[in-house]
Write a protein that binds this ligand. Sequence first.
Ligand code: PBG
Length: 324
Amino acid sequence: MNELNFNRHRRLRQSENMRALVRETYLRKEDLIYPLFVVEGEKIRNEVSSMPGVFHVSLDYLKEEIDEIVSLGIKSIILFGVPAEKDEVGSQAYHNHGIVQEATRLVKEFYPELVVIADTCLCQYTSHGHCGVVEGGNILNDPTLDLLAKTAVSQAEAGADIIAPSNMMDGFVAAIRKGLDEAGYHDVPIMSYAVKYSSSFYGPFRDAAHSSPQFGDRRTYQMDPANRREALREAKSDIEEGADFLIVKPSLSYLDIMREVKDAFNAPLVAYNVSGEYSMIKAAALNGWVDEKEIVQEKLLSMKRAGADLIITYFAKDVAKWLS
Ligand code: PBG
């Protein structure tokens, strides 16, 4: 054997303590952002059928939910609204007493320290289910920008700490930044869904948020999964327009993109571990086919390794428990 020349990588793996010394990446509770669906109505805590363990919660039950989140050590939530009424122009998205605005006020009243991120989009609020203003079957870019800016300002007014625009209109960061600044919210950061692919992994979310497009699809505004360089152009625009955080979404099939965006831009990077990614693991775990605790941590770790600083995940509560 003496004549063989090779490296002994196993030297650094021989015990748990040795492995801990050389571990490169960690999952921390501080990395987690928990998505929460708030609905209009009373006494509602309904499980989303395609997302076991995820609930629609009405405002009267919200405090209980937030008590749990805070007690688990989670520092941040992202709110998605499910309104009772929809119309052509998504008025409930920017109504001062819209569901996200009211939920934000309530959370801030009880837990001023909890970081509340407001998802800023129109699709849950429009009767046609698209993320922008529709005319003659087209999704119009510029007329949508005003509505997004209005939505962001009303969310900031309600106390949102971070605005997270997800609708993929060109110029949405510029429009929202201008709107926030003019309304005096210079200090409210923008977490932009800078790189958002047109993905089938959003299926369960659209069930949960009742936000499926009623005609066509989102391919004229969300990105083509085949494109890598385009992701860098998208991220660059958002940084130039004033984004403070960049989101890459979905996460697992896009870890390569995450790494590229991380290397190219010096802004905190957020992975969105989306609904389909959640439901696939849940389904397998409920069948006893995979070890949920191990597989979820391995997957979230892969996002950290790919460069994510933060992770939006429906598993946040479970992970926080496991890390305790
Ligand atoms: C709204 C929005 C979507 C998601 C977050 N914000 C759905 C979509 O673009 O159709 C998906 C989140 C998930 O799947 O978990 N534009």
